[in-house]
Design a binder for this molecule. Structure first.
Ligand code: PA5
Length: 454
């Protein structure tokens, strides 16, 4: 059974006239939807082709195979799109491949000196391999992490031992990381041309950590290919990516400027974080493709089921009606945990005895869905029949294509991120990078502004 997009509770019948979306409203998009799909099919951007690039899976599996047995830990040095996809795959599927690899994989991402040094100090460096991942090859956080690790490896193992313990995943031709990797004689995997960070999970960026963990990456890609078939349909009721994009776009037009992404599976928390970056960085844009200032976007927020029923749900049900919820539900969890029958007759315990944690989490997900719906709060869900490699492939592909389609609806370019450039330049200036002296001056001046601190 494929991944399911259930949008029942977004429609007017479920959530009342004001909050819901009518079928007529959706049908008005039939024309634009057909145009969006036809244009996307005519262009077929490089990220759309990744599920068909068998050569990547081959080189990833061959390198991961070489490393298996020798290294029991992988640390992925990268940030944003160079980390989140791999983390999502590994978290959801760890140990599911049924082979001997199963390395522990860490995605530190941050340059927090405390957590980064704690991680490094906890590693058995003899058995640890590092992947340094950067499309541009110039991201400050990744470069800094790599310099710290490089120095440690060289001083402990010498240049040869360092070379054996690092794989660089970067642009095949350009960038400073590519140059350094070549100078140092590192093994490399390609970060394909034309594929942006947040659309890179189905290339070596996401596949290498997954393969190191023994995940069947061929199945992930097969799932993505299945989803691609569905995403090619110009009939919007047959195309889950199109419908997802249209329904969230319409929700935002109705004042729902936030989407709560709510996995009822701890293993899917990084998959929700992956979506959070994809939707935020792709759609949050100041100007439209025609240059008009529109400040577009919809704020993705990640919640956790059932935990956030005891933290956020009150707000979602009774607070401002500015949110649409998307649950991630799982039918068959990987484990069944029975609640033992201990013969306790106290009412708070007795009804649970003989049941499972599985039935409890499922009941709570559906109860939350129903209570939101009854309160006029629109919601939808993506249902994973199981947490399988193929379903994860479907999930990534569905949401990447939906994001590209949403870009067309919001009339913005979903593939750039001009808003984060200024912060990067100021950081370069403050850290003394050549060519950024003006930025350093600007920043130093800004720091002098009168503070209001108590
Ligand atoms: O999605 C994106 O483009 C960003 O999140 C990048 O992945 C992130 O900034 C890291 O960039 P790079 O891979 O160039 O180091």
């Amino acid at each position: 059974m494929p991944l399911i997009f259930d949008f029942t509770n977004l429609l007017t019948g479920g959530v009342g006239e004001k909050a819901g979306i009518s079928e007529e409203e959706i049908k008005k998009f039939a024309g634009p939807a057909e145009k969006i799909v036809t244009e996307a099919e005519a262009k077929r951007l490089p990220f759309r082709e990744l599920p068909y690039r068998d050569e990547y899976a081959k080189s990833v599996n061959s390198l991961a195979g070489e490393c298996a047995g020798r290294f029991s830990t992988l640390v992925n040095l990268g940030i944003g799109g160079s980390s989140l996809g791999g983390n999502a795959l590994v978290s959801a599927l760890a140990g599911s491949g049924g082979n001997h690899r199963e390395a522990s994989v860490f995605f530190p991402e941050n340059v927090d000196p405390d957590s980064f040094s704690r991680l490094l100090n906890s590693l058995d460096l003899e058995k640890t391999i590092f992947s340094v991942v950067s499309k541009s090859g110039s991201t400050a956080e990744t470069a800094a992490q790599f310099l710290v690790v490089r120095e440690r490896l060289i001083s402990r193992f010498g240049p040869g031992g360092y070379r054996e313990r690092v794989v660089a995943i970067t642009d095949p031709k350009k960038g400073d990381l590519r140059r350094l990797a070549e100078e140092d004689g590192l093994r490399t995997l390609p970060f394909p041309d034309g594929v942006g960070g947040r659309f890179s999970v189905l290339c070596p960026v996401g596949l290498f950590p997954a393969a190191m963990d023994g995940i069947d990456i061929g199945e992930v890609l097969a799932g993505a290919r299945e989803m691609d078939k569905r995403c090619r349909s110009t009939d919007l009721f047959q195309n889950p990516a199109l419908l997802f994009a249209i329904l969230l776009f319409l929700s935002s037009r109705k004042g729902r400027g936030m989407v709560i992404f709510w996995p009822y599976s701890d293993l899917l928390i990084p998959a929700a974080d992956w979506f959070r970056q994809l939707w935020a960085e792709s759609l949050g844009k100041r100007v439209s493709t025609s240059g008009e200032v529109i400040s577009a976007g919809q704020t993705p927020v990640r919640a956790v089921g059932v935990t956030d029923q005891h933290s956020q749900l009150q707000l979602y049900i009774e607070g401002p009606g500015d949110k649409v919820v998307c649950f991630l539900a799982v039918n068959d969890y990987r484990t069944v945990v029975e609640i033992p029958n201990a013969g306790i007759s106290l009412p708070s315990f007795s009804y649970l005895q003989g049941k499972t944690l599985n039935s409890l989490i499922r009941a709570e997900q559906e109860a939350t869905e129903m209570s939101l719906t009854n309160a006029g709060r629109p919601n939808c869900k993506l249902v994973f029949p199981r947490l399988s490699a193929a379903h994860l492939g479907e999930y990534f592909y569905l949401l990447e294509v939906a994001t590209a389609f949403a870009g067309a609806l919001f009339q913005i370019d979903p593939f750039d991120q001009p808003g984060v450039e200024e912060g990067k330049k100021l950081t370069f200036g403050m850290m003394g990078r050549e060519g950024y002296e003006e930025k350093q001056k600007e920043f130093l001046e800004w720091r002098k502004r009168p503070g209001k601190i108590v």
